[in-house]
Design a protein around this ligand. Structure first.
Ligand code: FEO
Length: 395
């Protein structure tokens, strides 16, 4: 079932209301998601991207109910990840000679995943154009490392639509398709979560790309990403948001994240939260037990924060495994310009605080020395040390 975007441009993707996890189990999709594919029917008929492999039969069937597949003149593959290319092999079985336009890296990713099938690849670079008739062209813009080496966007002249693929997307199932019809709180939240968990590691690349896009002086009426809502009400709003987020974004917020075995570390965590509220009531503070909270949602809050305070008990001369895995994920996100601190309880050897401090430094945090190491149960002295830690991280 197609959805009309503008003039001769339609959405022909798949809305995945039931999706709970993405990237395997690595990314939670609390509001579902969509894989957006687009059909352009000018003098030339163009398909931009496909949908994820599990939906390939539905995709080809639905597309065939809309148009004769043999009418497709060009296929644009903006990105080889299987949530967008997963139906390509099924489609190419039906129309094997149709030219595919993509980056050189996308040829590698497509052939790597689907084999060398002799598809008619046409490699494009930034600035290359494809005439689609009626005075309109598709202009290709490489989006290398946003978020794969093969990523690309396409700008359609005349209708002024930027098909941005993963950039500016959200994992959000929105049947109404457009930003102005979506639930704005969910839309903004999912856009930020998507940025924090998927795009943030590439902030350096993004800053340069946003500058490059500005210099291109494209008139953009619509941004049509490959997931979630299409931005048509004020498409520049999400570009401005990306500019803010890519420039060491932080709010007056602190996250306290911990795991605990017998409540010692939890008691310190709660004391730290009380102290932040006491010493700086205007600072938003959020407390998460890492093992009981959604990893991606907590990271979104860390992304928004100016500081992160992490706690773990010492176990087997190390930190508890839930915190260890969480800190490894934190490191992947390459967040910048944030402060960090550590706390934890112990019974015998007490390595956890030093290990957390090291891991926070590895993740790029500016770590303060003040910490809380609590032997057995937290004492008044430990709680006083929590006060000192908070004073230092607020300073
Ligand atoms: Fe939505 Fe990188 O695929």
């Amino acid at each position: 079932m197609r959805k009309h975007i503008k003039n001769n441009v339609s959405w022909v993707g798949f809305i995945d209301w039931e999706l709970e996890k993405f990237h395997g189990d690595d990314y939670s999709t609390m509001n579902g998601s969509s894989q957006n594919a687009y059909l352009i029917e000018e003098e030339k008929t163009v398909l931009i991207d496909t949908v994820w492999t599990p939906h390939r039969s539905d995709f080809v069937e639905n597309l065939e109910s809309e148009i004769d597949l043999n009418r497709i003149d060009y296929i644009i593959v903006n990105h080889g990840e299987c949530d967008h290319s997963g139906s390509l092999a099924s489609l190419m079985k039906r129309i094997p000679h149709t030219p595919i336009y993509c980056t050189a890296a996308a040829v590698k990713s497509l052939e790597g995943q689907y084999g060398k099938s002799g598809w008619n690849f046409n490699i494009v670079k930034t600035g290359d154009e494809l005439d689609i008739g009626n005075g309109k062209k598709l202009r290709f813009i490489e989006m290398k490392m946003l978020h794969w080496p093969d990523s690309m966007a396409v700008y359609m002249t005349g209708d002024n639509i930027l098909f941005s693929n993963d950039a500016f997307g959200q994992h959000y199932a929105v049947e109404e398709l457009f930003d102005d019809l979506a639930d704005s709180a969910v839309l903004d939240g999912e856009a930020l979560k998507y940025y924090a968990n998927i795009i943030a590691p590439y902030a350096n690349v993004l800053r340069k790309k946003l500058d490059e896009l500005k210099k291109m002086q494209l008139d953009i009426d619509i941004i049509a990403p490959s997931h979630g809502a299409v931005w048509r009400q004020n498409p520049m709003r999400i570009i401005e948001k990306y500019e803010q987020w890519a420039n060491d974004y932080k709010e007056n917020q602190i996250v306290v994240a911990y795991d605990t075995m017998y409540e010692g570390t939890a008691k310190i965590a709660r004391k730290i939260v009380e102290e932040i509220n006491e010493q700086s009531p205007e600072t938003v503070v959020k407390l998460y037990n890492i093992s009981k909270s959604d990893k991606n949602d907590v990271m979104t809050e860390v992304f928004k924060s100016k500081s992160l305070i992490v706690g773990s008990p010492t176990i087997s001369n190390s930190i508890i495994s839930g915190v260890a895995g969480w800190l490894e994920y934190l490191k992947q996100l390459k967040l910048k310009n944030k402060r960090g601190a550590a706390f934890g309880s112990y019974g015998w050897s007490g390595e956890s605080v030093n290990i957390i401090q090291d891991k926070l430094r590895e993740a790029g945090f500016d770590v303060i020395d003040e910490n809380v190491k609590s032997l057995w149960n937290p004492t008044d002295e430990d709680f006083n040390q929590a006060k000192v830690l908070v004073s230092s991280i607020l300073a």
